[in-house]
Design a protein around this ligand. Structure first.
Ligand code: PEP
Length: 252
């Protein structure tokens, strides 16, 4: 299988320069070899991208939280994938449910941003997830299939593509699906990728789980075969918690 776990911290709209102390703590833990076997990634707000990239060793990845689909132009307030790449990002989170709701981002929009990311040599982390109402209506797999099909571009390559399954009702709520539920969804997502791109492709794509991951529950998700890491919001803001989760990652 050979998919190295990706432990990704999404800082969202949190982080002033004072919080670079958390980045320094991550760098110090990596220098001591205390980061666990997975690949670590931090996604700070765009204002801190360069500072975070400068403070972390190369093996820790840095991600932007969204990008515009154009390379440049009259788009006040937006940042292109090329700009984010130049600022030090190597990945970009796309289609997070907060972007889909706050900015009405559609699957078509997310796909265009993913194409822009690939053009700029940024690896897209494409988020999908059902709402509580959709879950209650037993529409989870229908919704996820539609989001996956619509958001992943034809140009995607398996090594550069990351999918994050983030049930909206689990984000920031302390509620989580069971490991069996996550196994079913991740298996479904991988099969769906296989139907479109083939098995060899699908078996190389990393599929992360996200939604209230903490040091106390991460191990049960990492024990699922098709879970290739975690996208972590709240618990990534403190280096201690983030590293505690990272140390629970399994060697593969
Ligand atoms: C997220 O927003 O990507 C997330 C998973 O948040 P939290 O871990 O806080 O639920």
């Amino acid at each position: 299988m050979g998919r190295r776990l990706l432990i990704a911290g999404n800082w969202k709209m949190n982080g002033m320069r004072a919080e670079l102390a958390e980045i320094d703590a991550i760098a110090a833990a990596v220098a001591r070899g205390e980061e666990g076997p997975g690949e670590l990634l931090v996604s700070p707000p765009a204002t801190l991208l360069s500072a975070v990239r400068d403070r972390l060793p190369n093996e820790v990845r840095v991600a932007a939280q969204t990008c515009h689909h154009n390379a440049k132009g009259a788009h006040t307030g937006d940042l292109s994938a090329e700009m984010l790449r130049e600022a030090g990002a190597e990945y970009v989170i796309l289609g997070h449910s907060e972007r889909r709701s706050d900015h009405r981002e559609s699957d078509d929009h997310v796909r265009a941003c993913a194409q822009a990311a690939i053009r700029a040599d940024l690896q897209p982390i494409i988020c999908v997830g059902e709402s509580e109402a959709e879950r209650d209506a037993k529409e989870t797999l229908t919704v996820l299939g539609r989001q996956l099909d619509g958001s992943v571009p034809d140009e995607a390559t398996p090594e550069a593509l990351v999918i994050a399954y983030e049930p909206i009702w689990a984000i920031g709520t302390g509620k989580t699906p069971t490991a069996d539920d996550v196994a079913e969804v991740h298996g479904f997502l991988r099969n769906r990728l296989a139907l479109r791109f083939g098995h060899a492709f699908a078996s190389r794509v990393r599929i992360l789980y996200g939604g209230s991951v903490k040091p106390s529950n991460a191990a049960e998700f990492f024990a699922v075969d098709d879970v290739d890491g975690a996208l972590i919001g709240g618990a990534s803001l403190k280096a201690e918690d983030f590293l505690a989760i990272a140390r629970l990652a399994r060697e593969r």
